[in-house]
Ligand binder design. Structure first.
Ligand code: DQQ
Length: 631
């Protein structure tokens, strides 16, 4: 898509843009059923801490042996040349092998929609990372090495569904423009023949790079394996050697199919390397870093420090006063990424949550939309910690096969401790994405009366970066009392549910008649004592006329501190919309598949569906150029 050169267009609120109130339909809402309550089972989730001894033996042995055994190590090569053709259509996509099916559960049995090529072509993104074709899932081993950002990912070279899992590989100078490289590792040994599953990168003290990853063996048992670059002087890290000797099997008490996804290793004060592996088990084992009963299988665990005082990110081995540690898990039961902040004692190897009521898996999420299997890495070049997250499809598998690809990665996000609240992290798109901004338009104090929509003329709307601030009529805010105290984004009928002080926000991917629309919005509730609660939500119930796409309503509470304006940033890139409220305290990633609100027929609006309060919005909106993603 071609855009004009950057320019500043400043618009004040144009009364002529205001169109008469078009009520948001409330009859077709398909609210997501309340989140399945996780049963408190007798089982406990454990996060296994490899003993220091093991860590040292594993990593150092590999460093020494790796160099000597270069010539006998298994060089990766194109999977196409090694796998028989009958593997093209995998018979099973996961359950039997210990990972979940991809297909969006609620869609099974839905009437198939007749997608046109035009609609499917529009869904492909312009500045989000995607392979040229086929299936992708978890981010793997992100690392900055010799001037390049490396990104590996779970990849099926043979089709748009999960299976035949290999490690795709791409490099970038700026985390936005990418060059695809040959597949880094394929399933070609007994210990990973059923899939080269998720893993992480560790840079050792002498600068050597190692990858720990899970292999699904010839018996579909999950073992932890190690690989290292065949030529460490190659900044592109094209060839990888799988270390032939060291495997780590699940310890006693942990199911052989419940043991996967090793983290980046860190160095303890005793000089020992440790890493964690997520699991589920019925016993509490020695050496457990942390466990939360009733949370099921922990996939893709992440463990890293954040600074309470400095702006910059921390290397994985950093600890000390002024440092908190985050534990993140991807819960297989509900396919969401949960985290908690706490304190890590490097000597005892234990992590303690700051607040047990919002422990890992029962409290905060990185993102309240579609965001899973995420992984951070420390970017030593820019001294920041960066988060990658897999954004799966929420359409039907048949549609994925028709379009020939499935899944995206979110724009990499910096992750820092929120010093103002002291209780959460802030996620924000890496600054490099701002280089894609063109054609800025500014809308100053757009007034939206109760029950109105106001169109914003920004030209093409498929690729946007929107920064908006909202002010709520102060008189209404102080007058209203005791309103909607039981509000919930997911169960309160979405943007159609009118309250005194909300919802209000932005409609993206909306056609002129508002028949297809995706509201990203705030909702304020106030109890009889005058306590305010602000919710940040995304309503997909009217995002598409298609019958076989997910139409859930997502969101959660967002902390708003005294004196803060309500603010949101929204990155729109065709079928993905990433929304960040209050500087990234609460985030929602949406996958949406409109049938009409695409290309030049898509518009954006400010909307206010509150009954009592006028809203004033100030916005800066840029169109976004496409990133170069070369094959
Ligand atoms: N995906 C990988 C596993 C991981 C799961 C397999 C999470 O290693 O647990 O593709 O999406």
């Amino acid at each position: 898509m071609a855009f004009r050169e950057p320019c500043d267009n400043t618009f004040s609120n144009n009364i002529n843009n205001a169109i008469p109130y078009a009520p948001l339909l409330d009859s077709t809402v398909v609210a997501e059923p309340p989140q399945r309550r996780r049963r408190r089972r007798s089982s406990s989730v454990v996060l296994l801490l490899m003993t220091g001894l093991l860590g040292v033996a594993l990593i150092f042995a590999v460093v020494r042996f790796g160099i000597r055994h270069n010539e006998i190590g298994s060089r990766s090569s194109s999977l196409e040349t090694r796998r028989p053709a009958e593997m093209i259509v995998p018979a099973d996509r996961g359950v039997a092998e210990g990972v979940s099916l991809k297909t969006f559960g609620r869609l099974r049995g839905a009437r198939a929609y007749s997608w046109t090529n035009n609609m499917l072509a529009w869904q492909r993104t312009a500045f989000h990372f995607q392979p040229r074709k086929n299936w992708m899932n978890d981010p793997n081993g992100p690392v900055y090495y010799k001037g390049w950002y490396h990104f590996f990912y779970q990849y099926n070279p043979f089709g748009a569904v999960w299976g035949n899992i290999a490690w795709g590989h791409a490099v970038s100078r700026d985390l936005i423009h990418w060059r695809h490289l040959p597949i880094a590792m394929v399933p070609d040994h007994w210990y990973d023949i059923n899939g080269v599953w998720t893993g992480s990168a560790t840079i050792l003290k002498d600068g050597q790079l190692v990858m720990l990853y899970t292999g699904s063996t010839n018996e579909s048992v999950q073992v932890q394996n190690l690989a290292y670059p065949a030529d460490p002087s190659d900044p592109l890290l094209v060839d990888w050697i799988k270390y032939p000797a060291t495997r780590y099997w699940s310890p006693h008490g942990v199911g052989p199919k419940d043991f996967r996804d090793p983290t980046t290793a860190w160095l303890t004060p005793q000089g020992k390397w440790r890493f964690t592996i997520g699991s589920k088990t019925f016993e509490l084992l020695d050496g457990v870093l942390h466990a939360v009963p009733g949370t099921g299988m922990w996939e893709c665990v992440d463990f890293y420090p954040v600074s309470r005082v400095m702006e910059n990110g921390l290397d994985t081995s950093d600890n000390g006063p002024g440092v908190k540690h985050a534990v993140k898990t991807s819960l297989d039961d509900d396919r969401n990424d949960y985290y908690a902040l706490g304190t890590y004692d490097g000597t005892t190897g234990k992590w303690t949550p700051d607040n047990p009521n919002i422990d890992v898996g029962i409290g905060l999420r990185y993102d309240y939309g579609i965001f899973y299997a995420s992984k951070t890495f420390y970017d030593q070049e820019k001294k920041r910690r960066v988060l990658w997250g897999w954004i799966k499809e929420t359409d039907s598998e048949a549609a994925d096969i028709q379009k020939g690809w499935a899944s995206l990665q979110a724009i990499p996000r910096t992750i820092v401790f929120d010093k103002k609240t002291g209780s959460n992290v802030l996620l924000w798109p890496v600054e490099e994405v701002e280089r894609l901004r063109v054609n800025r338009k500014v809308f100053h104090k757009v007034e939206a009366k109760p029950g109105s929509v106001v169109s914003l003329d920004v030209g093409s709307t498929s690729q946007l970066d929107i920064m908006a601030e909202f002010e709520v009529d102060q008189e209404a805010l102080s007058r209203i009392n005791g309103t909607n105290t039981t509000y919930s984004c997911t169960t309160s009928n979405g943007a159609a549910q009118r309250g005194a002080l909300g919802p209000f926000g932005i409609l993206v991917h909306t056609d002129n008649d508002l028949t297809e629309q995706t509201p990203i919005y705030f909702y304020i509730s106030k109890d009889s004592l005058g306590n305010l609660k602000t919710f940040f939500c995304a309503d997909h119930s009217r995002s598409s006329e298609a019958t076989d796409v997910n139409k859930a309503i997502y969101g959660s509470i967002v902390p708003v501190l005294k004196g803060e304006k309500l603010s949101v940033r929204i990155l729109v890139d065709h079928s993905i919309v990433e929304s960040f409220a209050q500087g990234g305290r609460t985030c929602i990633t949406s996958r949406i598949y409109p049938t009409k609100a695409i290309n030049e027929d898509a518009k954006i609006f400010v909307f206010n569906n509150a009954t009592d309060a006028t809203i004033t919005a100030s916005l800066k909106i840029w169109q976004m150029s496409s990133a170069y993603i070369h094959t």
